[in-house]
Each structure stands twice: as C-alpha cells, then as structure tokens.
Write a protein that binds this ligand. Structure first.
Ligand SMILES: [Zn+2]
Length: 87
C-alpha cells in the first residue's frame, strides 16, 4: 500500500493541526498550500489593514481628539490616564 497523502497539516502560526481544506492554496508551495491556515492568514491581512487604516492624517486626528478629552478632564481637575501610543 502506498503512503497516504497527508490530509491534515499543522499551521506554522497557531500550531493547530487542521484539514488541508483549512489552508488556502499557494502554488509556490510544495503541497500547493500555504503553511498557515486561513484563519491565521486572515489575521495577517487584518494587521495589514490596520497599518493602512492608521494613516498620518487619522493618527493626527486621534491625537487631537485625545488632547481635547484630556483638556476637558484637566478642566474638571482630573489627571488624564496615560494613553497607549498607536502602534
Ligand atoms: Zn493557524
């Protein structure tokens, strides 16, 4: 009997063993599939979207809004909490 073709693959990103259907096709790869599952691939795209979303204009707008809120808090005698810097 010949060796069966593997029907599952472990995603190199989330380390979860998944059926090959869970991996998007990529003809440049040996098995014709990507090394990371569709879920992880989707997250990668989401990250790229995040980078595209936070344009300098949007970041400036956000800074302006935060400064406004902080000024309002200070006017009330409240010290504004430290803000997380945008990634
Ligand atoms: Zn994965």
């Amino acid at each position: 009997m010949t060796k069966a073709t593997p029907t599952t693959r472990r995603c190199t990103r989330c380390k979860v063993e998944k059926p090959l259907d869970a991996f998007a096709g990529d003809r440049s790869r040996p098995l014709g599939k990507m090394y990371i599952c569709r879920v992880c691939d989707g997250q990668r795209h989401a990250q790229r979207w995040h980078l595209q979303f936070w344009t300098p204009e949007r970041l400036a707008e956000r800074e302006r809004h935060i400064a406004e809120v902080d000024a309002r808090l200070r006017a009330l005698g409240v010290e504004p909490p430290p803000r997380l810097a945008a990634a």
